[in-house]
Design a protein. Structure first.
Ligand SMILES: Nc1ncnc2c1ncn2[C@@H]1O[C@H](COP(=O)(O)OP(=O)(O)OP(=O)(O)O)[C@@H](O)[C@H]1O
Length: 342
């Protein structure tokens, strides 16, 4: 049992997109987890499985076509779904929960200097704060993060992609949010620039500016380097949640196993090896089949898997959504650096 403070508690969260044709795209389904103080929690899963929708939903602010269906989110003990939209905008978004979107680099307004962007943003939360104070605060934060404060006088166009991304991360965390959700913050960057963005995020965390992080990526090696725990998401659901080493080196859910085996490792002899790939595709989130959502692609699926919806089963330090868990655990697995073979 952990004694760490819970920063975020998500219970059975369900959210969906309402299409103009009246259909519901059920992007987040029955997601539950806790995020503790001092923790970096990774979310992995293939494109379209609902990672970004989950991170957006955690702010409590639902902009059409995204809609809330059911469940609760407690941020430092406060149920954010009980708050009104003005409170969420002023007191939660950016101040307690900061979502750094995938297209963060484009979040900056190209027509205004970085410093004016920061002033506008801060004024929304702290209308009485003087411009001079805002600039001072931003300069100090930039300097403490080894970011040149001269960029405040530049336009976004004058910055490289990596610098823009780092600036966005620094601005998004100016108000010391307790939870930061970084959504693929490095996916559009080259490897060395990726490293500098990750370093910046780690620094914010190590300096205690940010108390806990949700890190979304499909780049599993990145998760391996920074996360304490990982959730694997498939078709709107978490299918496995556990410690980073367990999920990456010894995954249990058949989908987690397939995901880990799909990692490209720069190893000798890899060139001649055939890359494992999963047959089929995830279910259409408008028409979710009964039973396990992965059943159609799962090498271990039996008739039972398609009959009832599958709940998460808790093991010691891990939870897994699979009715064949006993079969998997008793089969004796051969663990490989990135995955498990039978
Ligand atoms: N604005 C929208 N309107 C309708 N459907 C949407 C919208 N945004 C996302 N979706 C759908 O919701 C599902 C989940 O999308 P989401 O972007 O959350 O996945 P993701 O795991 O973050 O993918 P990626 O890694 O590619 O960003 C997908 O089926 C997607 O097509």
């Amino acid at each position: 049992m952990t004694t760490k403070k819970t920063m975020l508690e998500v219970n059975n969260l369900k959210t969906y997109y309402q299409t103009r044709l009246g259909e519901k795209i059920r992007a987040v389904h029955s997601v539950s987890f806790k995020l503790y103080e001092g923790e970096i929690f990774g979310i992995a899963g293939e494109s379209g499985c609902g990672k970004s929708t989950l991170a957006m939903s955690l702010s409590g602010l639902f902009l059409p076509p995204l809609k809330y269906e059911s469940g609760s989110v407690f941020l430092e003990g406060d149920n954010i779904f009980k708050k009104d939209i003005n409170y969420l905008r002023k007191e939660i978004l950016g101040k307690k929960y900061s979502y750094i979107p995938q297209s963060a680099m484009n979040a900056l307004n190209p027509t205004i200097k970085i410093k004016d962007f920061v002033i506008d943003l801060m004024k929304e939360h702290e209308p009485d704060m003087k411009e001079k104070e805002i600039i001072e605060l931003t300069k100090n934060r930039f300097e403490s993060l080894s970011l040149p404060s001269r960029v405040l006088n530049l336009y976004p166009l004058e910055l490289s992609g990596g610098m823009k991304q780092r600036v966005v991360v620094a601005i998004s965390t100016l108000m010391n949010p307790v939870v930061v959700a970084a959504d693929e913050p490095t996916s559009a960057l080259d490897v060395s620039t990726q490293k500098s963005v990750i370093q910046l995020i780690k620094e914010l965390f190590d300096d205690g500016i940010v108390k806990s992080i949700i890190f979304i990526t499909h780049e599993l090696p990145v998760l391996r380097h920074i996360c304490d725990r990982i959730a694997v998401m498939y078709a709107g659901e978490f299918v496995e949640v556990g410690k980073m080493e367990d999920v990456i080196f010894n995954p249990i859910h058949p989908y987690s196993q397939a995901l880990m085996q799909s990692i490209l490792v720069p190893e000798k002899g890899m060139k001649d090896k055939k890359l494992p790939s999963l047959p089929g595709s995830p279910p259409d989130l408008r028409k979710i089949p009964k039973g396990c959502r992965f059943a159609d692609r799962c090498p271990l699926a039996i008739e039972e898997c398609k009959k009832e919806n599958v709940e998460m089963v808790s093991l010691d330090d891990r939870s897994v959504r699979c009715i064949r868990i006993n079969h998997i655990l008793t089969q004796g697995k051969k663990v490989t650096p990135y995955g498990t073979k039978y």
